[in-house]
Design a protein around this ligand. Structure first.
Ligand SMILES: Cc1cc2nc3c(=O)[nH]c(=O)nc-3n(C[C@H](O)[C@H](O)[C@H](O)COP(=O)(O)OP(=O)(O)OC[C@H]3O[C@@H](n4cnc5c(N)ncnc54)[C@H](O)[C@@H]3O)c2cc1C
Length: 426
C-alpha cells in the first residue's frame, strides 16, 4: 500500500495553499493530492476574483486581522496578483454612510472563469514538476485514523498527516468524516438571499470598483459581483435523501470588450444564525432550496423588480423583447420569490436593495432580475484542537467546507495554516 507524508484531499485553493506551503517548508515531502473531479470545482474555476483585504473571506471565529494579514502576505507573494484600480470610492462611501451603511475598500484582482482555469492548470503543472503526486478523478470515501488509512473509490492509501479540504459542495462528505472520527461540530449559520442581475448602466459602480463590498443593517451584504461577460449560474445540491435543489451563483469571463454582454450580477445575502432547538442551518437551507425547486419545477426562481414592486408574479411574458428588457443569463423559472422566501429575510434584503438604489441610483430599474435562492452553507464548525485546524491526530480540515474561509484567498491562507501543523508529523 502506498504511503505519503501528506495526503491533500481537494485541489481547490485550500488544498493548493497547503501543497505549496509544504513544498516551501519541506521540499522532499511525499505529497499526494486527490480530487474527485479533474479540476478544482470552486471559485478558482468560476470567476476567480480574489480579495486580499481582511476580513473579506476570513470568518471572525478563526481569524484576527494580524494573523490573516501574515498569511495574506504569503498568498500575495506566491500569486503576485495584479490589483485592480478603483475610483470615486469616497463619493460612494459618503452616500453609504449617510444611510448607516458602509462600503469597504478591498484590494482585488479578477482573472475570470477562463483565466481561473489557466491558473489552475499552471498550478497543477508546478505541483507535478515539484514532485507532488496528483490523482484527479479519485474520490476519498472513508478514513480510519487508528490505522492512518483512507479509502478512495480506487484503493487504500496510508498517510502520516492528511488535509481534508472538500469545499462547500463537500459539506455532507465532511460531516460523514466527522462522524467517522467522532468530531463534534455545529452548523448553525447560513447566508440566504438573492442574486441580482441588471444592465451595467443600472449599476455603473462596477466601472469604478469591480466587486464593491457594501454592508447594510441587519447583517445584509453585497457579495461576489461579476460584470462584463457575466452570467448567473446554478449549483446543484443533493440532500442526504437524494432530493435535488439549486443555489444560484455568478461568474464572469476575463475582461474582453468584444465579448461583453453588458450585464452585471451580484448576491445580496443575509446571515442567519440559529439557536436551539434548530440544530442544523443546513437542514433549514435545504428546506428553503427544496421549496424553491418545488415552485420552479426544478429550476431556481426569478422575478423582475417591476413585478415584485407591484406584488405580481413574473411570467414568461415578462421576459420578452420589450424596451426595458434584457435576456436573463440563467434559465430560471419566472415566479414570485416572496412566496418562497421567509418574510423576515426578504424584508431585510429589500430594504438593502432600496438603500443600494440610493447609493448607486438605477439598480431598482423595473427590468432588474432577482434570482432566488442564493444560499451559502459555510458553517460546518468542527471542534478544532489547535490553531492549525487539527481535528484528530494528524487530521486537518481547511477551506469553505470546514468553515475556516469564505473565498479563494481565505481558503488558500487556511491551507497554509493547516500545513504548518501537518509538517510536524513528518
Ligand atoms: C460559482 C462560484 C463562483 C465563485 N466565485 C468566487 C470568486 O470569484 N472569488 C472567491 O474568492 N470565491 C468565489 N467562490 C467561492 C470559492 O469557490 C471558495 O471560497 C473556494 O473555492 C473554497 O476553496 P476550498 O479549497 O475550500 O474548496 P473548493 O475550491 O470547492 O475545492 C474543493 C475540492 O475538493 C474536491 N472534493 C470534494 N469532495 C471530495 C472527495 N470526497 N474526494 C476528493 N475530492 C473531493 C472538489 O471536487 C473540489 O475540487 C465561488 C464559488 C462558486 C461555486
Amino acid at each position: 500500500m502506498e504511503k505519503y507524508d501528506a495526503i491533500i484531499v481537494g485541489s481547490g485553493p485550500a488544498g493548493m495553499g497547503a501543497a505549496f506551503s509544504i513544498l516551501k517548508r519541506k521540499k522532499d515531502a511525499r505529497i499526494l493530492m486527490l480530487d474527485k473531479r479533474s479540476y478544482s470545482t470552486g471559485g478558482m474555476r468560476n470567476d476567480c476574483k480574489m480579495n486580499f483585504t481582511f476580513p473579506i473571506g476570513f470568518p471572525f471565529e478563526y481569524w484576527n486581522e494580524e494573523d490573516a494579514n501574515r498569511y495574506l502576505d504569503e498568498v500575495i507573494e506566491f500569486l503576485q496578483p495584479n490589483i485592480l484600480s478603483k475610483s470615486n470610492i469616497k463619493t460612494y462611501q459618503a452616500r453609504a454612510e449617510r444611510l448607516g451603511c458602509s462600503l469597504l475598500e478591498i484590494k482585488q484582482t479578477h482573472l475570470g472563469t477562463d483565466g481561473g482555469l489557466e491558473l489552475i492548470k499552471e498550478l497543477l503543472k508546478k505541483l507535478s514538476e515539484a514532485g507532488v503526486t496528483l490523482s484527479l478523478g479519485e474520490e476519498m470515501l472513508t478514513i480510519d485514523n487508528e490505522k492512518k488509512i483512507i479509502k478512495t473509490d480506487k484503493r487504500e492509501i496510508r498517510y502520516k498527516s492528511i488535509l481534508i479540504a472538500p469545499g462547500r459542495q463537500g459539506f455532507h462528505f465532511l460531516q460523514d468524516v466527522m462522524h467517522q472520527l467522532n468530531i463534534k461540530y455545529m452548523d448553525n449559520i447560513i447566508d440566504v438571499g438573492i442574486r441580482v442581475e441588471t444592465r451595467i448602466e443600472h449599476y455603473p459602480i462596477v466601472k469604478d470598483y469591480y466587486d464593491p463590498k457594501f454592508y447594510f443593517k441587519e447583517k445584509v451584504r453585497t457579495f461576489c459581483t461579476n460584470s462584463g461577460n457575466a452570467h448567473v449560474v446554478k449549483e446543484k445540491y443533493a440532500t442526504e435523501r437524494g432530493d435535488i435543489w439549486y443555489s444560484v451563483n455568478g461568474h464572469a469571463f476575463k475582461a474582453d470588450e468584444s465579448r461583453n454582454n453588458g450585464l452585471v450580477n451580484f448576491a445580496l445575502l443575509k446571515t442567519v444564525r440559529f439557536t436551539e432547538p434548530l440544530a442544523s442551518g443546513q437542514c433549514f437551507a435545504e428546506h428553503l432550496g427544496l421549496l424553491a425547486a418545488l415552485m420552479g419545477g426544478g429550476k431556481p426562481l426569478m422575478q423582475r423588480v417591476g413585478d415584485f414592486r407591484l406584488g405580481r408574479r413574473s411570467k414568461a411574458a415578462t421576459f420578452n423583447g420589450d424596451l426595458y428588457d434584457f435576456k436573463p443569463s440563467l434559465d430560471a423559472c419566472p415566479s414570485d420569490i416572496s412566496l418562497a422566501m421567509p418574510s423576515k429575510i426578504l424584508r431585510y434584503i429589500w430594504s438593502a436593495m432600496k438603500n443600494l438604489d440610493t447609493i448607486v441610483p438605477g439598480v431598482l430599474h423595473p427590468s432588474t432580475i432577482m434570482y432566488y435562492p442564493e444560499i451559502k452553507l459555510y458553517a460546518n464548525k468542527p471542534e478544532y484542537k489547535d490553531e492549525n485546524f487539527q481535528v484528530a491526530e494528524g487530521v486537518f480540515f481547511a477551506g469553505d467546507g470546514a468553515g475556516t474561509s469564505r473565498g479563494i484567498t481565505g481558503a488558500w491562507a487556511s491551507g497554509i495554516r493547516a500545513s504548518e501543523g501537518m509538517i510536524r508529523y513528518f
